[in-house]
Design a protein around this ligand. Structure first.
Ligand SMILES: [Zn+2]
Length: 241
């Protein structure tokens, strides 16, 4: 069973998180709690098999789990190396800590796809560490709105130059198709005037007389160019809506 499963089970059972701290019998002899030190002092967490060094204020700013843990009301014994053991997945904790440091919401998007599995796993951790703002971002799937795909459709004659450079946030699709178009026909049948009514002079106009201008259907190749641009909404990720 993974850490995430444990956290999810814990939540579905409705048990309060974190569990009630045991009564502190001898506060004088208890190890120093980080709450007695400066909130900007470094603190080491041992998450799974990895150590994370951060500031107490970073942990307690938005996480009710860490606020309770370091409130001084808990018998919260550090490890012999002065780190605090947290039973969680270190790979997911990287994202939790990154969020707690900068309050920038996570977006896991690459090659046209969001990593939905990672969002789901991170939601479990955000619930475990009791970070309401991050839980809301993940539950409401606001990350879908943070990545926008802009589509511009153009119809061009013939086949466009495929050597055109595209930006790395841009994807271009070409859909060639056959169509017919009306082509102007010279009343004197001069091929150089075909398709160019302005090329006809007075002699041509005299030949047409009072008849309307003549057009013929002609087969043509065209290409539909769909230009997709991926745009990140940095303001949304920063929580400014
Ligand atoms: Zn003409």
């Amino acid at each position: 069973m993974s850490t995430f499963d444990v956290a999810a089970d814990w939540f579905s059972s409705g048990a309060p998180l974190p569990p009630s701290p045991p009564p502190i019998s001898e506060p004088e002899t208890a190890p120093a709690s980080p709450s007695t030190s400066l909130s900007s002092d470094p603190i080491t967490l041992r998450v799974g098999e990895r150590n994370f060094v951060t500031a107490l204020a970073t942990l307690t700013g938005e996480s009710q789990f860490f606020s309770s843990l370091f409130s001084g009301n808990w018998h919260n014994t550090p490890q012999p190396d002065c780190s605090y053991f947290i039973d969680a997945d270190p790979d997911l904790f990287v994202h939790i800590l990154r969020y707690l440091r900068h309050s920038i919401f996570p977006v896991f998007y690459a090659n046209g796809h969001h990593d939905l599995g990672l969002y789901a796993a991170l939601l479990g951790e955000a619930q475990y560490f009791q970070i309401p703002r991050l839980v809301k971002w993940l539950e409401h799937q606001t990350y879908f709105r943070a990545v926008k795909v802009q589509r511009v459709v153009d119809e061009v004659k013939d086949v466009p130059d495929l050597r055109d450079l595209t930006k790395s946030n841009e994807e271009v699709e070409y859909h060639p198709f056959r169509t017919t178009e009306k082509v102007y026909v010279c009343p004197r049948g001069i091929s150089l005037h075909r398709g160019k009514p302005n090329a006809c002079g007075k002699l041509c106009e005299r030949a047409r007389g009072d008849d309307p201008k003549e057009y013929e259907d002609e087969g043509a190749y065209k290409t539909l160019v769909i230009r997709k641009t991926v745009v990140f909404d940095h303001r949304l990720c920063a929580g400014d809506e």
